[in-house]
Design a protein around this ligand. Sequence first.
Ligand SMILES: *Cc1c(COP(=O)(O)O)cnc(C)c1O
Length: 380
Amino acid sequence: MTTLPTVSTDAAVMQPETWLISGARNRQPGEPLNVAPQLASNFYLPADRDYSRAKGTETSEALELLMGRLEAGRALAFSSGMAAAAAVLNRLPAGATLALPVDPYHGVKGLALEAEAQGRWNIQRIELDNTAAWISAAQTADLLWLETPENPLMTVADLPAICGANRRTGTLIAVDSTFATPMVQRPLDLGADIVMHSATKFIGGHSDLLAGLLIVRDDALFDEFTERRLLHGGTIGALEAFLATRGARTLALRMDKAQANATELAHRLDECSDVARVRFPGLPSHDTHANAAKFMVGWGAMMSFEVTGSAGRATAVCEQAQIINHATSLGGVESTMERRAAVAGQETIPPTLIRFSVGCEDVDDLWADLSQALEATRTR
Ligand SMILES: *Cc1c(COP(=O)(O)O)cnc(C)c1O
């Protein structure tokens, strides 16, 4: 495993966890430590900031500063992860070729299917672990959209090989890095052009907001996405930006705990006779563990596992759990799980597969909860 480089700031070089806590604050005597929610759409003229759909607010700029520096780029905050993803995808002109994983996040898949049906884009579908096909797509496609680790099978792309490959001039690589967070992987450092996060998940971390981020290093791309955000109306609100910043202060702490829990639980589930298969990038038996070991620092806190028995048992395990919440979203301090094949558009996922977002509870309490849920459903 590699170690991530430190984050440089104007003042000093500090570790990411330090920057998350100390960055993007007010610094003048008498000011509050935190940038307050600036609840405003309209500003007195003449002004650089005249209307908040254009450049957001002081509050969204604090979030952007905090998260952009974490990946040594410039961040733009959106009203959701999908608003951020749409800003990237919808810059593709008619006739463009988009290389996409076979089963990307369903919102991304929906946008691509629609554009394909209307004859606007050519979609090239590539299995995430087919590194050679991604490398050759870099010579032909206009945009490579990667999602790694991928929902819900936790496949990890060989990002260093794909992002480092020779490209046709103008081909861009975007990475949906939601499952990993900037604490686990930094695709821009590996050569990607655009990183997208659903900050709704681990970055916000408390299941109380919707937010998205794009992070880029190229100023022209940054300006283009700022314009797109303005035109699409995807700018983040000040309250969400405030909450996302507040959540992000503890991102490093939460990820440390959640990843340690996930790693321990993946090993325990892997040895459990009620479980047929565990998919977690940190398990040496995982299909794409070797890719993960190349560049991920820690393994993230997402996994999935297939229970023995019926699909009904998998649903019953989710319902029987008392501490782990039966819920679809992920990345909160609280653990959540759901049977994925029950989700619209995910019918091809193995029927007994449970996606598990591991939170920050005590690991033995989580294990006790899983054990009692598995035991109570053994007849299903
Ligand atoms: C949730 C999610 C999105 C979409 O983000 P929203 O904030 O829900 O709009 C995109 N990609 C992945 C991997 C996600 O988990």
